[in-house]
Design a protein around this ligand. Sequence first.
Ligand SMILES: Cc1cc2nc3c(=O)[nH]c(=O)nc-3n(C[C@H](O)[C@H](O)[C@H](O)COP(=O)(O)OP(=O)(O)OC[C@H]3O[C@@H](n4cnc5c(N)ncnc54)[C@H](O)[C@@H]3O)c2cc1C
Length: 392
Amino acid sequence: MASHIDSTENEELNFVYPQKSDAELQNAYYVLKMLSNPLIVSFSSQLALFALRIHLPIGFAIKHTIFKHFCGGETLKESRVAIDKLGESGIGTTLDYSVESTDSEAFFNSTMHEILDAIAYVKENPLVNNLAIKPTGLVSERLLQKTAKGIALGEREKARFVAGVGRIDQICKAGAEMGIEVYIDAEGSEDQDAIDEIAVAMMSKYNSEIAVVFTTLQMYRTDRLSYLDTLVAKAQEEGFKIGVKLVRGAYWERESAKEKNIVFEVKSDTDEAFNKALDTCIDHIDHFAICNATHNEESTRYLTKIMDEKGIAKDDNRIHFSQLYGMSDHISYTLASAGYNVTKYLPYGKVKQVIPYLIRRAQENSSIAGQMSREMAMIAEARRRAKQSPNS
Ligand SMILES: Cc1cc2nc3c(=O)[nH]c(=O)nc-3n(C[C@H](O)[C@H](O)[C@H](O)COP(=O)(O)OP(=O)(O)OC[C@H]3O[C@@H](n4cnc5c(N)ncnc54)[C@H](O)[C@@H]3O)c2cc1C
């Protein structure tokens, strides 16, 4: 159950770690402790990829440690336990069929069918709010990159690309018909121009009344504030709603190492751009639906503050907060307890296919040492409190 905080209108959020069983706290503590060591993360990431390549059966070990911490399960059915548990504390779920695999039409088609099944599942399950899609799970990354660079596609490539966009369209159409939001994730900058075009085409097609399709803006990119202004102008001119998920961005190390670097080099510049994007969205809220997707306490507080200043209700259905499952529970549970709309991004899929996602989470958690040691300290304190409690 979530810890309750006093949430009078103007009070600043005081993030509190939620009550959990000792077994849950212990698993969370040991997984985060392991990830706080960059050497262990680097070694285990390479080991996991190597073991997969030579078909070593490492699934069992991963499934009961890091997978259990960051994922709902291998199937929707297995994910139900996590969904129900979050729901008990007023936290919704964003389903994320998080498989990453080969450049094959068979794989893309099976991903699409899984996601269409997930949309039907969301419709049936009031504890699940929406779902996310990863474009490179549905359309060839090689072709996205060629398109982004303006390189002409051959006839067969063109047909494959059109089929890929068609798969994204089918998912957005099903979402629109059933009133289920579809978040289109952002990926590496080589893919992103093509993904942006697809996302805008889907928003303009399906977001006429409300935002059903959401694009994602990575605010570590130096061009995203001006891109957001372009989106506002386009939406006003063409009369559609913009769904936008704001993130800082998961690929900063890789992007900043590129010769043509399009990301901020100083963290505070990314932070500033993120909060300015929140300002733009709130200033134009009649044209927007927002997902504030962050583990950053200041950006979380900042949005609650500007919502309050503009007199926007905490549970306004155009505004959601979201954190990744297994990360920053103190933020999610505190927000839910205070009456905000909040979801956890819950990845699911076969262990083998989720490994690239897990490696990104491991790397992310080993590179945010400050925040993570705070989270570990909160978990240690929660364990200490639980041991002292007469009911434990
Ligand atoms: C619900 C949800 C959905 C997400 N979807 C996506 C997605 O579609 N695509 C995607 O790419 N990511 C996505 N992410 C991942 C997200 O990008 C990372 O979790 C996020 O970057 C971590 O930052 P933070 O906002 O939690 O804040 P913090 O932990 O405060 O910020 C860390 C981030 O700051 C940036 N940064 C780090 N060092 C520097 C530096 N020196 N200069 C400039 N910037 C720096 C990086 O982006 C780094 O990840 C998602 C996250 C959530 C919570």
